[in-house]
Design a protein around this ligand. Sequence first.
Ligand SMILES: [Zn+2]
Length: 273
Amino acid sequence: MPELPEVEVVRRGLQHSVLGRTVGAADVRESRLRWPVPRELPQTLAGRTLRSVERRGKYLLLGFDHGVLIVHLGMSGSLRFLSRPPPPSRHDHVDLPFEHGTLRYHDPRRFGAMLWHDAARGPVLEHPLLAGLGVEPLSSDFDGEMLYRATRGRRVSIKQALLSGEIVVGVGNIYASESLFRAGIRPGTPAHRVGRERCERLAAAIRATLSDAIARGGSSLRDFVASDGASGYFQLDCYVYGRAGQACRVCGEPVRTLRQAQRSTFYCPRCQH
Ligand SMILES: [Zn+2]
């Protein structure tokens, strides 16, 4: 599933490839995504110039003078700019043509979304899908003090509190496991028991983990823009994620795994308390 760093790299790729360009007639071959792609999307976008490419959580916000195209990649979606697009294959559901190539939405499982928010309806951040999101982990609104205040009274595990998206957006399973390792905190610790100092460490670890992943993805930006390579997680050098039974990279103790709310969690019993 594309996570926040992947979506951020897609955003940067779009800035590079299509920002300031004008869209032609969109080709919607399959409108049944998580919600229907609006029937009138081709007429809405034809002849319009892309003015901005923003991100809120895992939503990409493609800004035009008269509104915003909201795109979510769901479980298996990808959005690629192809300067010489091959004929569409089975899961290539939407093409947005530009004069110098095509932006193609591909999504085998169709849990993604492509929705139009008209400027007349007000700021896009007040859209029902976006209004309730937690803070951006890489913004100045997110720090240890904020995390500390937001976790008081929460009895769920700290990992669940991160995954819920209610406090901070975009910290998926892999990044939650890695951040908790870097901060030295056991994933099962009740959120309200994580003190101020540990919240500071955890907030810093979350920012560092996500920034590292973005930097790694960013280094393959040219590939992303040009290629038809597979999407998915960047090749991270994980400390614990996916490494059950292998030696902890810091202390050598075997990494352990457990299930939390149907998700696999990985941790080092010696480094994390
Ligand atoms: Zn260790």
